[in-house]
Design a protein around this ligand. Structure first.
Ligand SMILES: O=C(O)C(=O)C[C@]1(C(=O)O)C=C[C@@H](O)C=C1
Length: 268
């Protein structure tokens, strides 16, 4: 199996992708990954979707609306960040914006004067630190290699830090089997009780929501798409009935079924 994920080699995404593919290619952005899977250029894509400290990776949510893809697996992985640099003194810390945010308290208390530089991935930050002795990186500790020292480990603001990734496939590989399902609902409507009407079909069938996130549709202020995960499969009659009912609520909008899947836990 061939997969594409956020590169270069050594990102957390790379570690997650290794759990589902033998051959891995790298992209510079999440949107680029989703685009290549949607156009069937590659069998699988692995993208981060949410972090336990920082919340949603909004670029991922928006790309799932823009391109037609299926979610076929979710991967949950602990995130333990290290500070890597050529020397103990540096002026800049370069890393992915999510990683910088996950270490905000540590950075503010230990290095209040450094400049934070968001780059396209943690591994890109490592490259910056390798090429410039005034730059430190936040990344996986095993990225240090010969040129960088591990100045500190476990610098994330909470030890329970974890990120959830999804494995994407072309839309015709969407599965109805699995214990979880991801949906996107765009009601294209606004009236009192709308959200209640969207959630009640799940509640009355005892379907548990594991996540609901609203994203602006981009068309006008106050107009939202809802990213919803449920602990039930599309193969289940209760799920089908709930979705039929929701379809009647969102007559001018749409309901997208990204697919049903199971969860993998990746530690190393
Ligand atoms: O930069 C990386 O290493 C990534 O794989 C991206 C990413 C993210 O976007 O959330 C993945 C896991 C961590 O939460 C930090 C960064």
């Amino acid at each position: 199996m061939r997969a594409i994920t956020l590169g270069p080699s050594g990102t957390y995404s790379h570690r997650a992708a290794r759990a589902v593919a033998e051959e891995i290619e790298f992209a510079e952005s999440v949107t680029g990954i989703v685009e290549r899977v949607a156009s069937e250029e590659i069998e699988r894509g692995v993208i981060p979707i949410e972090n336990s400290i920082e919340g949603s990776v909004t670029e991922s949510l928006d790309a799932l609306v823009e391109y037609e893809v299926a979610v076929v697996t979710e991967i949950v992985t602990p995130i333990r960040h290290a500070l890597l640099a050529q020397k103990p003194e540096f002026e800049v810390v370069a890393s992915h914006a999510q990683a910088l945010a996950q270490c905000r308290t540590y950075l503010e208390s230990t290095y209040p004067d450094v400049v934070l530089e968001p780059v396209s991935s943690t591994a890109r930050g490592v490259e910056r630190a390798r090429n410039d002795p005034t730059v430190a990186a936040i990344a996986r500790p095993d990225n240090s290699g010969e040129q960088l020292d591990v100045l500190a480990e476990d610098i994330q603001d909470r030890s329970s830090n974890a990120t959830r990734f999804v494995v994407l496939a072309p839309p015709d590989e969407r599965s109805v089997a699995g214990g979880k399902t991801s949906l996107i609902i765009y009601p294209d409507a606004d009236h009192p009780g709308l959200l209640l009407d969207l959630l009640d079909p799940f509640a009355k069938r005892d379907i548990n929501l594991s996540r609901i996130e609203s994203r602006p549709s981009g068309d006008r202020l106050g107009d939202y798409q809802f990213h919803i995960d449920i602990n039930a499969g599309l193969y289940e009659e209760r799920t089908q009935r709930a979705l039929d009912e929701i379809q009647t609520v969102v007559q001018s909008g749409w309901v997208r079924r990204l697919g049903s899947y199971d969860t993998k836990h990746v530690i190393e």
